[in-house]
Design a protein around this ligand. Structure first.
Ligand SMILES: NC(=O)c1ccc[n+]([C@@H]2O[C@H](COP(=O)([O-])OP(=O)(O)OC[C@H]3O[C@@H](n4cnc5c(N)ncnc54)[C@H](OP(=O)(O)O)[C@@H]3O)[C@@H](O)[C@H]2O)c1
Length: 350
């Protein structure tokens, strides 16, 4: 068999455009897979990496977090996968800085503990919306002890149970508010929390009510409604459940004052942010920022993702929007991501 030629969308320096060029063919180390990518997804983080060099550890770099494709090589000690398997995986250039760990290439290394078999009934294009958002959701909900998200910023620690394959799942008698329920992270937190038996109230754009309900939200509230805060407070009370707190996918000045108003009215709780939380939160608010590369998600990758995708318990939402085919389309997809998306995840097919 001839050795395939790898190519990647290289970033040579912060602020530069991506350049497609040859790249070394990765080798699977212990506990790793090399995946021949058929689709990659774009995350807002990618724009920060490109524009500002955030998290970049060496130049030039190959970044990107989400892949779907076919296992090309299996490293030592990997038992759950074989060459030829269809998989989705979360790639970790963000923390490792290694070139071979960036998604934006034809071949990428994926830790076997951050991958799952993709059922034949699901396309690579659909499946690739899952990985990074899934790990973010599990970090948001199930960490037991606060860790370090960024220097001086701790992670949340809600210690909620993992999602279950049971259907219907027994209620935990807890209510969580998801702010930004149509965002990639918000949609996945809604799905994962619902599958753990948590009652989710979602604050979302009116055009994405159906999307958020498909993710499992029990009730949806328009984020542009001037009385959204009062309505959500009332709905939490009416649920009769223990109030866990808020996952805020947006975590900007547009949303955090609302978070704090809801938390103040309900006696406090967790505030789980995707960015550093606001300063000086009241004592009864436990605020943290997720950092979406964490081994807390390993049991989910091993035991939940494939059967849940198979049964429809885990849906590939928000749905993909395909920007195009080929590594040279990733730059266009990044431009679209920077302009903002609504209820979708941008995907490039390879
Ligand atoms: N810390 C970490 O580990 C981590 C991990 C992943 C992501 N992030 C960060 O988390 C943020 C979200 O990422 P993502 O991929 O989930 O984003 P995304 O899918 O690109 O978010 C787009 C969505 O945001 C919603 N939105 C915007 N403004 C809103 C508002 N005022 N109220 C309610 N919803 C609003 C929009 O809702 P409508 O269209 O319905 O209005 C839209 O569907 C990004 O800043 C990303 O960098 C951090």
């Amino acid at each position: 068999m001839t050795t395939p030629q790898n190519q990647a969308a290289w970033l040579k320096t912060a602020g530069a455009k991506l350049e497609v060029a040859e790249a070394p063919l990765p080798k699977a180390g212990p506990g790793e897979l090399v995946v021949r990518n058929s689709a990659v997804a774009i995350n807002p983080l990618d724009c920060h990496m490109q524009d500002l060099g955030v998290f970049v550890q060496q130049w030039p770099t190959i970044f990107g977090c989400d892949v779907a494709g076919t296992v090309y090589e299996v490293g030592q000690g990997v038992e759950r996968f074989n060459a030829g398997d269809r998989v989705v995986g979360h790639t970790i250039n963000l923390v490792s800085g290694r070139l071979q760990d960036g998604a934006n290439a034809l071949f990428t290394v994926v830790p076997a503990d951050k991958a799952a078999i993709l059922p034949d009934s699901i396309s690579f294009t659909d499946g690739v919306v899952v990985p990074f958002a899934l790990e973010a959701a599990v970090c948001a909900l199930s960490l037991k002890e606060p860790g370090v998200a960024l220097p001086g910023v701790s992670t949340p620690a809600l210690a909620l149970p993992y999602p279950s394959l049971e259907d219907p799942v027994p209620s935990l008698g807890k209510t969580l508010v998801v702010y930004g329920g149509s965002a990639s992270t918000g949609a996945m937190v809604t799905q994962v929390a619902t599958a753990a038996g948590i009652h989710v109230l979602s604050i979302v754009g009116a055009s994405n009510f159906d999307l958020s309900k498909r993710c499992g939200a029990a009730q949806v509230f328009d984020h542009k409604d001037p009385s959204v805060v009062d309505k959500v407070i009332e709905a939490v009370r009416a649920s009769g459940n223990e109030f866990v707190g808020i996952f805020d996918a947006v975590s900007t000045e547009a949303t955090t004052p609302h978070d704090l108003a809801i938390l103040a009215a309900l006696g406090g709780g967790h505030l789980v942010c995707t960015h550093p939380p606001p300063p000086n939160v009241p004592k009864n608010v436990k605020a943290g920022m997720i950092f979406a590369v964490n081994d807390i998600a390993t049991p989910i990758w091993k035991n939940f993702v494939t059967p849940a995708l198979q049964s429809g318990k885990l849906k590939c939402l928000p749905p993909p929007t395909v920007v195009g085919k080929g590594l040279d389309k990733i730059q266009e997809a990044l431009k679209k991501s920077a302009a903002g998306v609504s209820g979708t995840k941008l995907v490039v097919e390879l």
